[in-house]
Design a protein around this ligand. Sequence first.
Ligand SMILES: [Zn+2]
Length: 469
Amino acid sequence: MDAIGYFRQPPATAPQDEQVLTLQEQEEQFFSFCREHGYQPVATFMDPIAGPGARGFRQLREYASQPDRGFTIVVLSAVSHLSSDAREVVERVLDLEQTGVQIALIGDDGGGDRVEAALDYWREHRTQSGLSARAMDSLRNKAMRGFGLGKTPYGYRIAENGRLEVVPDEAEVVRRIYAMYLEQGLGLRLIARTLNDENVFTRRGKRWSVVTIRDILRNRAYAGTYLRFGVRITGSHEAIIPTETFREAQRRRESTPSVAHSGKEGGFALSGLVYCGSCGGRMIGVSRKQSWARKRDGGRSEATYRYYRCGSRVNQSVCSYHTWRSDDLERAVLAAIGAALDPAIEQVQDTPAAELRTLVQGRLKVLSTRFNRYLDGTTKGTHDLVRLRRLSYPLLREQQRLRDRLLDLDAAGGIEALRAAWWQQQRERLQDLTAHWPTLPQEDCRLALGDLIRRATATDGALQVELLG
Ligand SMILES: [Zn+2]
């Protein structure tokens, strides 16, 4: 197997829990790792300086995307070596993955999910907004010393010295919750019911719920890790759950679709995106079950109708009855995007370089906001990793293509390349979406559409779309 190395200059102030290796040490580590595993080193890339001038990762990515490259593995010391920015670490892991390469981490042959490792890193190192620098420092200091902050997790109490201390009875319940979840494979609801039936209640004497059980299953404190305001302290207090068990619980949690998003009937792909052409109100998705007696044999037939109608009608009856069958309206929106792309692309052909730059930068901002939302969704548990990948891959492809061409803009032929990239990505996104429309969950269709259009306006029989940047 071919192996690629990527080395990055360590930041001057590295987080305490991180191994800091010089460029040369990283390189040596890479070659000895390849020797050990019988990999063939075929290329190495390096970012000796940080910041916008750093081209190493870009070159690595370009190399990885070559269509004729064989089975290739990218070797890293740790996921955190991909960027000094925690969010970018996740982005780059996903980005490398979607080019089809694998990622090997030196010193971690556990074979865990790389995106999960990157998300872990991001959750622990992202900067917390909304707090002043001084407040952050003080919290950080307290956290460093292992003092309990905020709500004390069930299973612990704050000891006299300010540290977390295990409460044996409660710790036993925590262990049982993990065992029920992982060994017996019970769902959150069933775990809550089991405990409630046994008259085992929360610290405040309340009944367990899906929410309180879920909080127990995702609190890192139980694995002995103290995580607060971006500071992770390992081994600051006694663990109740072994780290590996905790990780396993996170894996199961992330691979189980959450209740709110598993409904196939539930969502509507155009929710919040289509407006009524007559009154400007929002169109809303409605599904109705109908059943009727069959004449032929006297039995009953049943069918569900899905459609969109003007929302104004519901409240104030200001607008008359405008409805579209959901399939028709969705197909019409996709067709309208296709039709709107042609003139938009033509317009790009005539846009001067400076304007084009602004246009592309605007688009990159949209994509970046969108990606952040995907990450947040994953952290909150509304997306699982499968979904994060499905949503991010096309987005990251587009982002990378635009960024690359933007960097080339001032070179000869740069503007033509950027125009071509712009043209290509818009078309690709629409094709991608059209092809996957029937099989994609409604919510994913909606998110993907939101990357293409700002809004669609429906009048009886006609449809207009407003493309997004
Ligand atoms: Zn209306």
